[in-house]
Unconditional design. Structure first.
Length: 184
């Protein structure tokens, strides 16, 4: 990093850390609940695919479809099944492991400079690409904005379900106006 430490000015108070953790864990819980519903949908899709595979096989054994059509449909159904299996694995990630990951990331951020300075080069690279894209701390203690590295995934300290694009933009402008000392 050419002698410049990006974590030098990062310091979270215990209150800020607890607030960020609360917001992140609330969002994670909502996502996990949505994933549970999605897993149910995926299970139904799997059952429908398996029924289609059985029908296709019956149709093939009855000599109602040519072998080439049977094979192409089998490949298509297998590809759909593989896609569902991958999505189910992704949605079924263990909530406790995800919560631990958030807490560990926040523990590292509480004294980010010391953590960064003590870390070997390969860990520093990982720290630079950590769970959070950035955390914006506004002028008020309650002005906290958390952006995860996943695409289109943001958290706010206010009502997590409200449309907060304007709030985010205002908070980002406030942080930029007073300098990047708290912009992670």
């Amino acid at each position: 990093m050419s002698g410049r430490t990006p974590c030098r000015n990062i310091a979270l108070t215990i209150t800020q850390r607890e607030r960020i953790e609360g917001v992140a864990l609330a969002r994670l819980l909502r996502q996990h609940e949505a994933d549970g519903a999605r897993i149910d949908d995926l299970n139904q899709e799997t059952a429908a695919l398996e029924a289609n595979q059985a029908k296709l096989l019956d149709t093939y054994y009855a000599d109602a479809v040519p072998r080439s059509l049977f094979l192409s449909e089998q490949r298509r159904l297998k590809a759909e099944h593989a896609k569902i299996v991958l999505e189910r694995r992704s949605a079924a990630m263990d909530l406790a492991d995800l919560e631990d990951g958030i807490r560990e990331a926040l523990d590292l951020l509480q004294d980010a400079h010391a953590t960064y300075e003590r870390a070997p080069a390969h860990i520093r690279k990982q720290l630079n690409r950590t769970l959070f894209a950035r955390i914006l701390l506004g002028p008020d203690a309650d002005d906290i904005r958390v952006e995860l590295n996943e695409p289109d995934t943001t958290l706010s300290a206010g009502d997590p379900d409200e449309d907060d694009a304007t709030e985010h933009q205002n908070l980002a402008q406030q942080v930029a106006a007073r300098g990047s000392d708290k912009d992670i």
